[in-house]
Design a protein around this ligand. Structure first.
Ligand SMILES: [Zn+2]
Length: 198
């Protein structure tokens, strides 16, 4: 080992983050060594509290520090529309757009038979439960425009169709194979406007 143990541990920790290769991990670890102690403590506390204080909303599955989350408890929002997304980051992308005033449902993944992920492995059963109280008139399927996202949208569409609830899919101004969270607000807004019946 070239590094004293505390720094090699830090390098290992950075390597576990997505998009961080060994070289970047070394650079970041040495950067931390040169930071002010207070800033390092704040950083460490932010990591721990993000992990400890955040949970998944028991209604919609979004990340939250209160359960149910702020969006689910906001009385000014429209109960009749649920926008179904794969990831909490997609909720945040939608909220930045400031045009959607319904509720959300976060699946935490998408159906991927290749990876052995079926409907029961993502938050589909909870979605079906939410439809039982008859308030919901439309479901907008805003899963990612890639193979798994499409398969997930088709699956939910087939499952919900018999209930007579309107089912729409966001339009593909979004790049195919892309990720919803990286779409800019205009593209996302157009995709919502252009949603079609399924
Ligand atoms: Zn919620």
């Amino acid at each position: 080992m070239y590094y004293p143990e505390p720094i090699s541990k830090l390098i290992d920790s950075f390597t576990k983050l997505p998009g961080i290769g060994p070289k970047t991990a070394v650079r970041l670890a040495f950067f931390v060594l040169n930071m002010k102690e207070d800033d390092v403590l704040d950083f460490a506390k932010a990591l721990v509290s993000a992990k400890r204080e955040l949970t998944h909303c028991s209604v919609c599955g979004h990340i939250t520090d209160q359960d149910p989350c702020q969006i689910c408890t906001d009385a000014s929002r429209d109960d009749s529309v649920i926008c179904v997304v794969e990831d909490p980051k997609d909720v945040i992308a939608m909220e930045k757009m400031r045009e959607f005033n319904g509720r959300y449902h976060v699946l935490h993944g998408s159906i991927s038979p290749m990876d052995g992920i079926g409907p029961e492995d993502i938050n589909v059963p909870d979605l079906i439960n939410r439809l039982k109280d008859d308030k919901v008139k439309e479901i907008i399927l805003a899963t990612n425009p890639n193979v798994e996202g499409e398969a997930t949208a088709m699956y939910i569409s087939r499952l919900v169709k018999p209930s007579g609830i309107r089912i729409t899919r966001i339009a593909h101004g979004l790049p195919m194979g892309g990720d919803l969270e990286y779409a800019d607000e205009v593209t996302l807004s157009k995709a919502m406007e252009g949603r079609r019946e399924l």
